[in-house]
Write a protein that binds this ligand. Structure first.
Ligand SMILES: Nc1ncnc2c1ncn2[C@@H]1O[C@H](COP(=O)(O)OP(=O)(O)OP(=O)(O)O)[C@@H](O)[C@H]1O
Length: 372
C-alpha cells in the first residue's frame, strides 16, 4: 500500500481559523487545547480538503468565518512518489474544488482522491443510534468501490422528491407519478447494489477487526438491510400501492433512504441489547473496517482523524483505542483537551519518533517544542 500524507495545510477564514499554516508530521500529530479553541475546526478543514465534504454541515457558507465572505483550505499532499495540491474554496451556497489548479471533471473524482476517516472515540451513535449514520457510512464506502454511486444517490433523492411533490400537488392519480416511480426504482436499485457491495466488504473486514478487539466468543453479524424489494417490478408495485400512505406521511415509506446496516451480537440485534463496551468494540471495528476497505480500494493508507480523545476515556477504552492506533501506519491527526493522555510509549515506534504536537488557542495554531 502506498503512503499518503498531507505535507502542508493552509487555512483561511474557516470558522475561527482566520489564518493557519502548518507542516504536519507524516505520521502522528497531536492537536491540543481547551474546549472551543478550534481543534475540531482544523480536523473539519482537513477532511474538507481531502474529501470535498464537511462532516458537520452540508451548507458551505456555515464554515466561513463570521464576517468574512469566503474561506479556503489548501493542502499539498504526497502520495507515493507523487505530489498534488487540493484546494477547496467556500462561500454561501458555493464550493469550488481544485486539484493542481484544475476543476475535477466530476465531484466523485475529487471525493475519492484522498481517503480520510473521521472517528470520535467517545461517540457510540454509529452502532446505538438511528440508521442515518450507518447509511452515510455505507455511502462513503460505496463511493470508493463504485464512484458512480454518488450520482445515483443524488438522482435517487431527486426522483423521490419529485414523486412526493407530484403526490402532494396533484394527488395519487397524477399522470407523471408513473414516470417518477420508474426513476425512483432505477436509481434506488443502483444505490442498493452499491450499498450491498459496501456492506459485504465492511462485514468481511470487520469480522477480522472485531476478533482482535472483543472477546473471541462474541459472534458479530453485519448485514445490509434494504428497505425496498430488490426486484424492479415488485419495487414499482409497492410504490404504487403506497401512494395514499406516502401522501399522508409526506414521504416514501420504502426505499434506500430507509435502509440500514443491521448489526447483531450473538444472534440478537445490537440496538437495545448490547452493553456500552460491546457498542464501543463494534464502533472501533466499524472504523477499522472503513479504513481497510477504502484504503484497499484506493491502494493507499487513509488519513485518520481522531476527534476528542479526552478526559472521559476510561482505562479499557484507552487501551483498545491505542491498540487500534498501533496498527495504523498512515498519517494521524488526534485532538485532545488532555495532552498528557496521549502517552508516547503507547504509540507505535515510528509514530513516536515522528510525533508533532500543535497547541490551539482562540483559532491560533502553533507547533509546540516542549515534549509532552
Ligand atoms: N463560522 C464561524 N466563524 C467563526 N467562529 C466559528 C464559526 N463556527 C464556529 N466557530 C467557533 O469555533 C469554536 C469551536 O471550535 P471547535 O469546535 O474546533 O472547538 P474544539 O477546540 O474542538 O473544542 P472542544 O474540545 O470543545 O470540542 C467556537 O468558539 C465557535 O464559536
Amino acid at each position: 500500500m502506498k503512503s499518503l500524507h498531507i505535507e502542508e495545510i493552509s487555512v483561511r477564514h474557516f470558522r475561527n481559523l482566520a489564518r493557519v499554516d502548518l507542516r504536519p508530521s507524516p505520521r502522528f500529530n497531536v492537536v491540543y487545547g481547551d474546549n472551543g479553541q478550534g481543534k475540531t475546526n482544523l480536523l473539519e478543514a482537513i477532511y474538507l480538503a481531502a474529501t470535498s465534504r464537511s462532516f458537520r454541515t452540508v451548507k458551505p457558507g456555515e464554515s466561513v468565518e463570521h464576517g468574512a465572505d469566503t474561506a479556503s483550505v489548501r493542502t499539498v499532499l504526497s502520495e507515493g512518489e507523487l505530489r498534488r495540491e487540493q484546494t477547496v474554496g467556500l462561500r454561501a451556497g458555493q464550493r469550488l474544488l481544485k486539484i493542481d489548479g484544475k476543476r475535477p471533471a466530476t465531484a466523485a473524482e475529487y471525493a475519492i482522491r484522498t481517503p480520510a476517516v473521521l472517528f470520535h472515540p467517545g461517540d457510540l451513535s454509529l452502532s446505538m443510534g438511528a440508521g442515518s449514520e450507518r447509511r452515510r457510512l455505507l455511502d462513503r464506502v460505496a463511493l470508493y468501490l463504485l464512484p458512480a454511486s454518488l450520482g445515483e444517490t443524488l438522482s435517487y433523492a431527486r426522483a423521490v422528491r419529485e414523486r412526493q411533490r407530484a403526490l402532494e400537488m396533484r394527488g395519487t392519480e397524477a399522470r407523471d407519478l408513473e414516470q417518477w416511480e420508474e426513476l425512483v426504482v432505477r436509481h434506488g436499485l443502483a444505490v442498493m447494489a452499491a450499498r450491498r457491495l459496501a456492506a459485504a466488504d465492511l462485514a468481511a473486514s470487520m469480522s477480522i477487526a472485531f476478533t482482535r478487539i472483543a472477546a473471541p466468543d462474541l459472534v458479530l453479524s453485519v448485514e445490509y438491510a434494504p428497505s425496498a424489494p430488490d426486484d424492479a417490478e415488485a419495487y414499482r408495485r409497492e410504490l404504487e400501492r403506497n401512494r395514499r400512505v406516502d401522501l399522508k406521511r409526506r414521504g416514501a415509506s420504502i426505499g434506500p433512504h430507509r435502509d440500514d446496516l443491521a448489526l447483531g451480537l450473538q444472534g440478537h440485534r445490537m440496538r437495545g441489547t448490547a452493553s456500552q463496551g460491546q457498542h464501543r468494540a463494534v464502533v472501533l471495528a466499524l472504523k477499522a473496517a472503513e479504513m481497510d476497505v477504502i484504503g484497499g480500494a484506493r491502494g493507499v493508507r487513509p488519513i485518520l482523524l481522531l476527534d476528542d480523545v479526552s478526559s472521559e476515556l476510561d482505562r479499557e477504552r484507552t487501551a483498545s483505542l491505542f491498540s487500534f492506533l498501533r496498527e495504523q501506519q498512515g498519517q494521524v491527526f488526534l485532538t485532545t483537551t488532555r495532552r498528557e493522555l496521549i502517552e508516547t510509549e503507547k504509540l507505535p515506534d515510528a509514530a513516536t519518533r515522528e510525533r508533532l504536537d500543535f497547541a490551539v488557542s482562540k483559532g491560533v495554531i502553533s507547533p509546540s517544542d516542549e515534549a509532552s
